[in-house]
Design a protein around this ligand. Structure first.
Ligand code: ATP
Ligand code: MG
Length: 570
């Protein structure tokens, strides 16, 4: 490739609307241009990176026995209605009508389409297991598209779906996919972790997310530092152990004045009691009405966990009017005793050991002290609705948990019969009965990987591509003008290297050496072959290594060999 013929609109200035490093660098390196919110042109340099990632993904999927296919982007509403997701998916699903007023959605994921395909085409257990995948544009009308291709509205995803005749077979294949995913991210040169994630309504340890470690990551991971344990989970799902106070003898329940003291902080200061002695009563609106979540004052509610327990799609803190209706009092004093209306109480297990605690009295400026559950109000079951935090203890090995941030680049999921049962996708089992497929699904955000890789691999000069996903492996920089001696040598080296099927680009533009170096560094090409006057006299040239800044002096006659050595022996 000749740079003079390439579209490489690099920019000196940092774009004003880009917040994170990868987004800034993708624009500055001439990789990305915005068309509309969360919608982008991937320029030639970017597409080369995308193709390299896709090829690694394809290779590992093929090795895992998956077959590539391509499904439509435009998907009919009927399929989404069959699974029930037409109503559940909400505003993220991009919907549209055709000229006959039939409804469609632009696919955000393809469980429905593939389940319908398997329903029609896979009849017998003899055809199982089967795994199909595609690499395709996906559409999600994200509330806040941001950070460039990190969270866009149109993005490229690899999605795979597997079909099995038993849970055991699925468990097996899940492990194969886990390995394939680990290989993919390793080959892309990323530092990553696989962590337990929220598995929605299905529950259990059914899903892992693959996180690229980065400070700018939107996901919070709670992890155990003990290598023998290795517990790690997203904050949505993480469990932990916390300090448990000694049980005390029950004291007499009392109503006390707490004038204008509403928050945990205020009440704890006013009553001179530690926060854990206070119990928060948070009223939530959900699909079936209003529920109260009770948790110790030093803890926070994890709304994802609460959502699963209430089996609800919608969940939000109740508004003031609702709070007044339920508690009979202005917000700030709600408690489990004497609520005006009976509602469901979801009590966190942090309350289990707690004795003589404080709750709101459902009366303005008043709290109850010395409250004890079972004596003063009944708790039938304790739940885990608590947000785990670093500093808490590991549920497996008791070590002190840590926290890091990550970018979710992939997720693998055991679906079971969630879709096949709803959509009546059945096959003839070995015992002659019709059974729904046991399914798994496996996604990777291809375009998000591009951004994640840059987040992890950059310096003040620009991108530092991991070799396997670099747009070009080598850039040749003749420092003198076209038609100069250096230029001719550079062309010769270029032709020599190109024949070897190495991704090489020659910067043959009529610009100064400073400009060439800046661009080469900005776009992050791993190896630079620098052909300057000095090296010309000595019949040797310099190979610059982008990652370390190191320069190696090599005889001109040995350049292509040295490059091969650098590319293939690492
Ligand atoms: P997130 O929690 O980040 O919204 P998700 O869990 O909804 O993602 P999945 O349904 O698991 O995403 O999709 C598979 C993969 O697709 C994700 O792991 C991620 O890499 C990628 N992805 C999802 N949404 C986007 C997006 N808006 N822009 C770019 N990539 C995305
Ligand atoms: Mg996900």
């Amino acid at each position: 490739m000749l740079l003079s013929k390439y579209l490489l609109p690099t920019l000196k200035e940092t774009p004003a609307d880009a917040e994170i490093t990868s987004h800034k660098l993708m624009i500055r390196a001439g990789m990305l241009r915005k068309v509309s919110a969360g919608i982008y042109n991937y320029l030639p340099l970017c597409l080369r990176v995308i193709k390299k990632i896709e090829n690694i993904v394809r290779d590992e999927m093929d090795k895992a026995g998956a077959l590539e296919l391509l499904m439509p982007i435009l998907t009919p509403a009927e399929l989404w209605q069959e699974s029930g997701r037409w109503t559940v998916y909400g505003k993220e699903l991009m919907r549209m009508q055709d000229r006959h007023e039939n409804e469609y959605a632009l696919g955000p994921t393809h469980e429905e389409v593939i389940t319908a395909l398997a329903r029609n085409e896979v009849k017998s257990y003899k055809q199982l297991p089967l795994c199909l995948y595609q690499i395709q544009d996906k559409f999600r009308d994200e509330v806040r598209p941001r950070f460039g291709v990190m969270r866009s509205r149109e993005f490229i995803m690899k999605d795979a779906y597997s079909f099995h005749s038993s849970e055991k077979c699925l468990d097996n294949y899940y492990q194969i996919m886990y390995e394939a995913y680990s290989n993919i991210f390793k080959r892309c040169g990323l530092r990553f972790r696989a962590v337990l994630a929220d598995s929605g309504a299905i529950g259990g340890d059914n899903t892992h997310e693959f996180m690229v470690l980065a400070q700018s990551g939107e996901s919070r991971v709670i992890s155990c530092p003990n290598d023998n344990c290795g517990y790690a989970a997203t904050d949505e799902t993480a469990k932990s152990k916390i300090f448990q106070p000694e049980k005390e003898e029950f004291l007499e329940l009392r109503l006390v004045d707490t004038p204008s003291q509403k928050s945990i902080e205020e009440v704890s200061n006013f009553l001179k009691l530690p926060k854990y002695k206070l119990v928060k009563t948070l009223l939530y609106k959900y699909d079936d009405g209003v529920a109260a979540a009770l948790i110790r004052g030093d803890c926070e509610v994890n709304e994802i966990k609460l959502k699963h327990i209430l089996n609800t799609i919608n969940l939000e803190l109740a508004d003031d009017k609702t709070i007044e209706e339920i508690s009979g009092c202005e917000p700030g004093y709600a408690g489990p005793l004497n609520l005006k209306k009976q509602i469901k109480l979801i009590c966190d297990s942090s309350l289990k050991q707690l004795t003589n605690f404080v709750v709101g009295a459902n009366e303005k400026d008043k709290h109850y002290i010395n409250v004890n559950h079972q004596r003063d109000f009944k708790i039938e079951k304790f739940y885990d609705i608590r947000l785990a935090n670093p500093g808490d203890r590991c549920i497996n090995c008791d070590a002190v948990l840590e926290e890091y941030r990550g970018i979710e680049v992939g997720q693998i999921f055991k679906l079971g019969t969630k879709y096949s049962a709803k959509m009546n996708a059945v096959y003839n089992a070995e015992d002659g009965k019709l059974k729904p497929f046991v399914m798994g699904c496996y996604g990777i955000g291809i375009t998000r990987i591009v951004a994640a890789a840059i987040e992890q691999n950059n310096d003040e000069k620009g991108i530092v591509w991991p070799l396997n996903i670099a747009p070009f492996s080598v850039i040749i920089l003749p420092l003198n003008k076209p038609n100069s001696e250096e230029f001719k040598i550079a062309e010769k080296i270029y032709n020599e290297i190109k024949i070897k099927n190495i991704d090489v680009v020659l910067d043959d533009r009529a610009v100064g050496p400073g400009f060439k170096f800046k661009d080469a560094e900005l776009i992050g090409i791993p190896y630079q072959i620098i052909v300057g006057a000095k090296s010309l006299n000595e019949q040797s040239i310099e190979i610059g290594i982008r990652k370390t800044g190191e320069k190696i002096l090599v005889k001109i006659s040995e350049v292509s060999e040295k490059i091969e050595e650098l590319l293939y022996e690492k």
